[in-house]
Design a protein around this ligand. Structure first.
Ligand code: SF4
Ligand code: FE
Length: 496
């Protein structure tokens, strides 16, 4: 592995030159800019865990392509154990960062594209998998971070890609050359984009025959000519700009993943980096396999966040002298229960995982959808309980400037103190941590990341096998199992 540590990772980012805008200005150094540095540090934890004795086994894997030791974030799942290790790794990283560490998006993209490329080649005699393997071996050997780029702007959502008045609302191929393709459009909400090395572009939805130019997969370096990124705002980012460290709540890491718009303005992609081109019937599989892996993740990374939140609230209750109240214990019990329920779901869809034709393992898609659907509720309920227990001071707490002020600092200390033996600064810091993990943009990812709740409900209904459930009910009610049987009986009756 070329990148061996967090420091190597940060140094590797400084060698790249992506074009990134934030609040109308260019970011020159993503590693040190106050808006992006917390996200770089969170992603860097994925490198650090691979070096720590306690987490090495979870954070590394043996490449099935080279036999070499690689980061798990670049691995193609070879068995159920790989899927389970991923879940455990993501929870651990959620606990260490309290936020999104971003690297799973590319990880899931790699797994989706690998298994689908195998099937495309089998049907069409193409060589996408060989090209993909070549690219992936470099990603594994150099230990690069990949942003999985899926979500297109979509413009008028009642219209298909080719019917949009602006064709760039979906990323598409605008020119095919002998040596490659030229790509135009944009991807939105791209987690970890500004601090990745490579972009893996995938279609945003199943495409039809008319949309061949939109049905492609390819990889480009983040600083390829024609790429511009616009980094998103987050609630409280001005606090970070001014280095108000306590008021930030989580000084080392960001509130969410650090998302950006990636614009592709006629970006040239050489043929050996194109992994699907026009085989429209496979686009749905790429989207669905990617989504299933990512939905499974949420019962892992977000439970790590819930662990932190539950710990923060429990400590705050100790500081405030309420920890012995029976309703407090009951609410904390509920927070733990909801968190572990989600984790069970993430483990379950991994244990029920199965090999695709390529040999790469895929999670159980029904259970992965159930897992993510519950995240859209349980994480919010855990946050609600945290705010309930923390109290109104979360919204009215004076700033760090006042705490440090010669004139009013002693008043803030006096009136925000709790039990005698815990410093007031602890109460303020924990309060700000809870604020950062429950307010503003903190929970949006749990709702919409890996697809909005409705996307999971569609798949849950589709995969729910209602026909079989009806059969079960009919059998117990003593009804004929289907129409044919009913008809057969009626016909027999007539004959008799
Ligand atoms: Fe990974 Fe979770 Fe962030 Fe998705 S939301 S990239 S699964 S940490
Ligand atoms: Fe996410």
């Amino acid at each position: 592995m070329k990148i061996k540590s967090s420091a190597d990772y940060m140094a590797s980012l400084q060698k790249l030159s992506p074009i990134i805008y934030y609040k109308g200005k260019k970011i020159k150094d993503v590693v040190n800019h106050p808006a992006t540095a917390p996200h770089v540090r969170a992603a860097a934890m994925t490198y650090a865990t691979a070096n720590s004795e306690e987490s090495k086994d979870l954070a590394t894997a043996t490449s099935h392509l080279t036999g070499r030791t690689i980061s798990r974030f670049t691995h193609v799942h070879q068995n159920v154990e790989d899927l389970l290790k991923k879940v455990k790794l993501l929870r651990l990283l959620g606990q260490k960062t309290g936020t999104c560490f971003q690297r799973c998006v590319g990880f899931d993209g790699i797994n989706a594209v690998y298994s689908v490329a195998y099937e495309v080649d089998r049907k069409h005699g193409t060589d996408y998998l060989e090209r993909f393997k070549k690219w992936l071996i470099r990603i594994q050997d150099e230990n690069l971070m990949v942003v999985g780029a899926m979500t297109d702007p979509k413009g008028d959502r009642s219209k298909s890609p080719v019917d949009q008045s602006d064709p760039d609302q979906f990323v598409h191929i605008v020119e095919r050359r002998k040596d490659g393709v030229v790509v135009r459009g944009a991807k939105l909400h791209m987690t970890g984009a500004v601090n990745s090395h490579e972009i893996l572009i995938m279609p945003t939805m199943a495409m039809d025959e008319k949309s061949k130019d939109y049905a492609f997969v390819c990889a480009v370096p983040v600083d390829a000519p024609g790429i511009t990124m616009i980094f998103g705002r987050q609630a409280g980012d001005d606090r970070r700009d001014n280095l108000e460290r306590i008021d930030v709540g989580k000084p080392s890491f960001g509130a969410v993943g650090g998302e950006a718009v990636i614009v592709f303005d006629d970006v040239f992609v050489p043929n050996d980096r194109v992994f699907l081109d026009g085989e429209v019937e496979f686009t749905g599989d790429i989207v669905y396999r990617f989504a299933a892996h990512h939905r499974a993740n949420y019962g892992a990374c977000k439970t790590g966040l819930m662990d932190v939140l539950t710990g923060a609230v429990s400590y705050l209750c100790q500081i405030q002298g309420t920890s012995k109240g029976s309703h407090v214990r009951d609410k904390i019990t509920e927070m733990i229960h909801l968190c572990e329920t989600l984790y069970s779901s993430s483990l379950a869809c991994s244990i029920e995982g199965a090999p695709t034709a390529s040999g790469a393992f895929l999670v159980n898609t029904m259970l992965a959808n159930v897992c993510k659907q519950n995240v859209t509720r349980f994480h919010f309920e855990v946050a609600r309980l945290a705010v309930d227990l923390a109290g109104g001071f979360l919204a009215t707490l004076p700033s760090e400037y006042d705490l440090r002020s010669d004139e009013v600092g002693h008043l803030v200390s006096k009136y925000f103190s709790g039990v005698a033996d815990i410093p007031v600064e602890d109460r303020i810091k924990i309060g700000r941590l809870i604020e950062a993990m429950t307010g503003g943009t903190a929970l949006v990812e749990s709702m919409h990341g890996a697809g909005s709740p409705q996307a999971q409900r569609i798949m849950i209904f589709r995969e729910g096998d209602l026909g079989n459930k009806i059969k079960l009910a009919k059998a117990l009610a003593g009804l004929p199992s289907d129409k044919t049987e009913k008809r057969k009986k009626a016909e027999e009756g007539k004959k008799n």
